[in-house]
Design a protein around this ligand. Structure first.
Ligand SMILES: [Zn+2]
Length: 256
């Protein structure tokens, strides 16, 4: 729970339900990515009873407004209103569901590391879940773009249009999970670990993902080797910077 909350104080916020965990016979712990209070762990009492006043509003991926009172370890939810019901459209497609699960795990780790960035992270996650629910783009491209943007917001800017070490704009030929794209010279000098050669289009493609420039992403993603390889690079980048390995990556289906 956010340290910003003092005990027994009631508060309201907007939030995205990241995951849930059963507690006792009828309750559930809801892990929320809130707009103003960072990551909040809250109990929804009686939520597993069919007569629960919360209904299906506290399922993963729902965007809600809620009221709660803070406690020592867990907050207690008193009221919930649905703002965007993303749960059903996301769960309808297993591939989309697995991507949404990775997005939520990334958001939980990033916001936990940096509660001050919660407003920006909340908006990015809400935008990505909306795009997934509406099938606006390929789920994998939504994940890649979300990763580039959310990590940059968290202070780990991914170098995409200039070498991450010497800032050269020319001969960008490698990728490192630590910094992003590297020029020919820096890539060959073993300055960072895990250096992979990249194609000529990769820097423009990663730049477009980071900017949310969907027109360019769509045009370049028609080369499947570029988009699939870039996806792998983005996940390596995410894993490198996180303290814990991403559990949900194990269920992410391989892109065909
Ligand atoms: Zn360089």
């Amino acid at each position: 729970m956010s340290s910003a909350l003092s005990t027994n104080k009631s508060f309201r916020d907007s939030a995205i339900v990241l995951r849930t965990q059963d507690l006792g016979e009828t309750d559930r712990i809801i892990v929320l990515c809130t707009r103003e209070h960072g990551i909040v762990h809250a109990v929804a009492k009686g939520v597993r009873r069919s007569s629960s006043k919360f209904g299906a509003r506290l399922e993963p991926f729902m965007l809600v407004e809620f009221s709660a009172s803070s406690g020592k370890k867990l907050a207690t939810i008193s009221q919930v209103v649905t703002r965007r019901a993303y749960a059903a459209p996301i769960a309808a497609d297993y591939g989309v569901f697995t991507v949404a699960a990775v997005l939520c795990e990334l958001a939980e780790q990033l916001v936990q590391n940096d509660q001050d960035a919660s407003v920006g992270q909340f908006s990015l996650l809400a935008g990505a879940l909306s795009a997934l629910a509406h099938r606006s783009h390929s789920p994998y491209r939504i994940l890649d773009s979300y990763t580039a943007r959310s990590f940059s917001l968290a202070g780990w800017d991914l170098a995409t249009s200039a070498c991450g070490i010497c800032a050269s704009l020319d001969d960008l030929a490698y990728f490192s999970a630590e910094v992003g794209v590297l020029c020919q010279n820096c890539g060959r000098r073993n300055l960072v670990q895990r250096v992979t050669p990249i194609s000529e289009e990769t820097p423009s493609y990663l730049t477009a993902l980071k900017a949310g420039d969907w027109e360019t992403v769509r045009a370049l993603a028609t080369t499947p080797s570029l988009s699939v390889r870039s996806s792998r690079l983005m996940m390596e980048y995410a894993q490198w910077h996180l303290e814990r390995p991403l559990k949900t990556l194990a269920i992410l289906e391989t892109e065909s």
